[in-house]
Each structure stands twice: as structure tokens, then as C-alpha cells.
Design a protein around this ligand. Structure first.
Ligand code: NAD
Length: 518
């Protein structure tokens, strides 16, 4: 691997000064690349460079920008295997999990390419009052010139380029700081944008840990952050210093509710996939499951059997495994702590329950029962291949437990469709799936964003591109005399006329319209 691509050295991970990142393969622990760290000065230079090119990019218009992004889509489709190889190396994902990333990005480019004119095209608005009849009202959406994107390690392209795509389609330039653990895939795509696609110089990335992220916050006009709520708070505080707007996509502790009339095979298979996919390292992973009493035993047996069958390890283009490695060693320690805490407090692991002996960084797919909300595993974000299952007396108790969380990212409800939908409407979160899991992320048509401590702002849908724009309202005078009645000079006669006209239009009853009191 060339220099300029890489992963985090111990020093860099710990936040101490380091001039390079060391990127490790989590499936083996081997060093695969080193990447130079960007100093605050180099971050400022990168932002200044793309800022200088942004007006020309914006001037291309929605269609012109989509033409360029379409070339990126074609490159991603043509080079998918190459991108997936890199991503597997730096994340330890199994092939199937890695393969979601280019496909999602290609779809997102098409989605915003087709919808941008509707979402952020110029709007004409009819004045709400006849008093403004002489005015023509327009709204134009102008991008924040440079959008900074700070992303985590669990989906190194989806959560980096996936946020850059609507920003670029809106006319902004974008600078991305990927996670120090997984910079390689993004570097490969950005290099391709510059050298193979020959795209305008309005997309770049900078490398490093929190220090580089902080420097990016200082330089850009809008920050899109995805990561933990702990870091999200720091990013928001730093952005406050320059009054830079932020959108924060933070952690989750997503509940799944299984009602007594659910298709239990589908619910158990969904719980296994929704909890273990990407080794449970998804903000929207199923982490807590509440099952109505009559079907609890049957559901738990089916879930345990399904999870127990999963093949864990490293695979290749042959798609031979189901569950991959833990991408960050820090996260494995958190997962282990949550499971140990639960087991020490009386929980039982029906399958899994411990870290796998090396080489590589793996945690066994785990189903915990006899858990409760005093345990970390049901309260804090675990972000690993672990689900805790609780029996609920009825749907009301399941809902109460599902909503008993400081997080509110997404959730799911399984059951007879209409009943499940009624329950789903009462789950306190930004997106809820009925009889499915995780799938809302592919429905880019509808927004998703965290409630409570899961975030501020939205991705996807109309808000997912509008957030990158500033609105400029243009009020155009179609006709008028030398002066308006509201202008100088203020005289009793002119002000009296203005008052009578205003009253005539504002009153909603005849007496007042005629200037009388009610
Ligand atoms: P993290 O918060 O540790 O790091 C995220 C990014 O922030 C990294 O690039 C990191 O280098 C950078 N960073 C760290 N300190 C910073 C600082 N002071 N200023 C600026 N940037 C800084 O998160 P992580 O461990 O990489 O990712 C896991 C977390 O991300 C989980 O909590 C998960 O739920 C969350 N996540 C949320 C979503 C979502 O859409 N809501 C999606 C994926 C992951």
C-alpha cells in the first residue's frame, strides 16, 4: 500500500502528537499501511484550496454537478472489487457487509441527482397578503461553501462519501476527515476522483485523530459529524466558537419489539441479522429485544439457534463468512465490559459471551437473557455482536422499556401489520421499521436522524440535502411609485391611511375591517 493511505498508531489513537497513522488489519493485527497526519496548517490549506474552486462548481448547476457525480458512481461500480478489498483489509468486515458500501453510494448519487431540483431548486412563493401583491417572492438555496465531514470507522465510505454526495450535489465543496482507524478506502476513492475521473478540485480528505477533526471544524462553514455522542458534544462546543452550524449523527441503543402475533421465524432471523451484521458495529444495530410473554421462549430458542449457526472469521471474494472482526480494539474492550457486567449481575449467555482468542480482534456473536435495565448492556451503546433479550408482560410494557433510553436513533416492531404499526408509531426514535430491521437506511426517500442524545439534524430525504444550503429569500418589487406609504415622511394622514389599510386586511370580522372596535 502506498504511503498516503493508512491506520492509527498507538500514539495517534491516544491523542498524543504523531506525524503518521498506522493502519492495522483487525482480522490479523498486521500493519498494512502508514498515513501522514495533516497538521492544522495543512487542513487550513486544503480547505482554502477547495474553497477557491467552489464557486465554479456551484455555477455548474444541479445537472452539471450530477454529471460529475455520475462519473463517480460509474467508477464505484466499475471498481467495486478493488474498493471492497481495501475496505476488508482495514475494517475486518466480511465481504457481504463490505459490499453494501459502493452499492449504497451509487444509489444515493442517483437519488439526489434526480431529486435535487425538487428539494433545493429555486422556489416561487405567492405572498400571503394582498398588501404584498406588488412583490414577487423567490427562495434560492445556496450551499455552505465548504462542508467538513468527520466520520467513524464502522462504514468508512457510507458515512464519509455518503454525506459528501448531497453536499456536493448542493454545490458545496467537501473535505472529509475519516476515522484514524479506516482512512484507506476513502483515500483510494478521493485519489480516483482527482486522477482517474479528473473531477473538479472540490473534494478532498485530511487525515488524523481528534486534533485534525478539531482543525477542520475551525475552517469550514458547516460540519456533518457522525460518531459517538461523547465526541459529538466536543464538536458542537468547538463549532460554537465560530458559530458554525452542525448536524450530528450519534450513537444508538436500538430496541426491537416482538409482539405475540409476529411471524417468529422472520422476527428471529431479522434479530440475528440486525444484531450481528457488521459485527453489531452499526449505530442502528438491534441491541435490545423486548418480547411479549406468550412467545418469549419460542422466539429466544429460534434466535439462539440462528445466531449459534453464524460463521465468524475473515473471508474474501468468495463470501464464506457471516460475521467479521471488531474494527477498533477500543470498541472490543467496551463490548467485553458490557457482557462481563451483565454476566456478573445474573444474565446468561445462551450462545457466545466472550472475546475470541487471536490472531485478530473478534467477539463471539452473543445472545444474553435474564438482563434488565440496571445493566450496561441494556443501557449504554454496546456496538458489538451482542443482543440482550427481555420478556415483556404485554405491548405496553415492551414500549415502556423500549422508550426507557437516553438514545432514540431507530427501532423495529414485529407483529401483525396493523397492530405492529400502531406500536411503531409510539417508539421514541427518528426511524422505525415494521417487520424489518435496518432497512430504513436504504429508503433515502425519507429522513433519518436521532431523537434525544442520538443526534441533531437529518440525513436522507429533503432535509438531507437542504441542511447543506442557506436560504436566500429574494423579494422583488414588480411596480411602485417614487415612495411607498410606509416610507418617510411620517405624517398623521399617511400613517392613518396605513393603519386603516392594515386593519382592513388583518381583521377577520366586518366591524373591525370597517375600522370599528368589536
Ligand atoms: P468517535 O466519536 O470516537 O469518532 C468519530 C470521529 O470523530 C473520528 O473521525 C475521530 O477521529 C473524530 N474525533 C475524535 N475526537 C474529535 C474531536 N475532539 N474533534 C473533532 N473530531 C474528533 O466515534 P467512532 O468510535 O469512530 O464511531 C463509533 C460511534 O459512531 C458510535 O457511537 C456509533 O453509534 C456512532 N455512529 C453513528 C451513526 C449515525 O448515523 N447516527 C452511524 C455510525 C456510527
Amino acid at each position: 500500500m502506498e504511503s498516503g493511505t493508512a491506520q492509527a498508531s498507538t500514539e495517534a489513537t491516544n491523542g498524543a502528537a504523531a506525524d503518521h497513522l498506522e493502519v492495522l488489519n483487525p482480522a490479523t493485527g498486521a500493519l498494512i499501511a502508514t498515513v501522514p497526519v495533516d497538521s492544522p496548517q495543512s487542513v487550513a490549506e486544503t480547505v482554502a484550496r477547495v474553497r477557491a474552486n467552489q464557486p465554479e462548481w456551484e455555477a455548474l448547476g444541479i445537472e452539471g454537478r450530477y454529471r460529475w457525480l455520475g462519473k463517480l458512481r460509474d467508477w464505484l461500480l466499475d471498481n467495486s472489487d478493488r474498493v471492497l478489498d481495501t475496505m476488508q483489509l482495514e475494517t475486518g468486515k466480511v465481504r457481504a457487509d463490505a459490499s453494501n458500501e459502493p452499492a449504497y453510494l451509487a444509489d444515493l448519487i442517483n437519488f439526489y441527482g434526480a431529486k435535487a431540483a425538487k428539494f433545493i431548486g429555486e422556489q416561487s412563493v405567492r405572498p400571503h397578503t394582498p398588501l404584498l401583491a406588488a412583490k414577487k417572492l423567490r427562495i434560492q438555496y445556496r450551499p455552505h461553501p465548504v462542508v467538513g465531514i468527520i466520520s467513524p470507522w464502522n462504514f468508512p465510505l457510507i458515512l464519509a462519501l455518503g454525506d459528501a454526495i448531497p453536499a456536493l450535489q448542493a454545490g458545496a465543496a467537501a473535505v472529509i476527515k475519516p476515522s484514524e482507524f479506516t482512512p484507506l478506502g476513502l483515500i483510494e476513492v478521493v485519489e480516483a476522483w482527482k486522477k482517474e475521473i479528473g473531477g473538479p478540485d472540490i473534494l478532498d480528505c485530511v487525515q488524523g485523530t481528534g486534533e485534525t477533526g478539531g482543525a477542520l471544524v475551525d475552517e469550514v462553514d458547516f460540519i456533518q459529524f457522525t460518531g459517538s455522542d461523547r465526541t459529538g458534544r466536543k464538536v458542537m462546543a468547538r463549532a460554537a466558537e465560530t458559530l458554525t452550524p452542525v448536524s450530528l449523527e450519534l450513537g444508538g441503543k436500538d430496541p426491537m419489539i416482538v409482539l405475540s402475533d409476529a411471524d417468529l421465524d422472520r422476527a428471529a432471523n431479522a434479530a440475528a441479522w440486525g444484531g450481528m451484521m457488521n459485527s453489531g458495529q452499526i449505530c442502528m444495530s438491534v441491541e435490545r429485544i423486548y418480547v411479549e410473554e406468550p412467545v418469549y421462549d419460542e422466539f429466544v430458542a429460534k434466535l439462539t439457534a440462528e445466531v449459534g449457526k453464524l460463521r465468524q472469521g475473515a473471508d474474501d471474494r468468495g463470501f464464506g463468512k457471516d460475521v467479521g472482526a471488531m474494527t477498533s480494539p477500543n470498541q472490543t474492550a467496551i463490548v467485553e465490559d458490557h457482557v462481563d457486567d451483565a454476566l456478573a449481575s445474573g444474565a446468561r449467555a445462551l450462545t457466545g459471551g466472550k472475546r475470541v482468542e487471536g490472531p485478530g480482534d473478534y467477539f463471539e456473536p452473543t445472545v444474553l437473557v435474564d438482563v434488565d435495565h440496571s445493566m450496561k448492556v441494556m443501557r449504554d451503546e454496546t456496538f458489538g455482536p451482542v443482543v440482550g433479550v427481555m420478556k415483556a408482560r404485554d405491548a405496553e410494557e415492551a414500549l415502556r422499556l423500549a422508550n426507557d433510553s437516553r438514545y432514540g436513533l431507530s427501532g423495529s416492531v414485529f407483529g401483525e401489520r396493523e397492530r405492529a404499526e400502531r406500536v411503531a408509531r409510539r417508539v421514541e426514535c427518528g426511524a422505525v421499521n415494521v417487520n424489518d430491521v435496518l432497512v430504513n437506511y436504504l429508503a433515502s426517500d425519507v429522513p433519518m436522524g436521532g431523537w434525544k442524545e442520538s443526534g441533531i439534524g437529518y440525513r436522507h430525504g429533503e432535509p438531507g440535502i437542504k441542511k447543506y444550503c442557506r436560504t436566500e429569500s429574494i423579494v422583488i418589487t414588480r411596480f411602485g411609485g417614487k415612495r411607498e406609504p410606509t416610507w418617510y415622511p411620517y405624517t398623521k394622514g399617511r400613517r392613518g391611511l396605513v393603519g386603516r389599510i392594515a386593519q382592513a386586511f388583518n381583521a377577520r370580522d366586518l366591524k373591525r375591517r370597517l375600522g370599528m372596535r368589536g
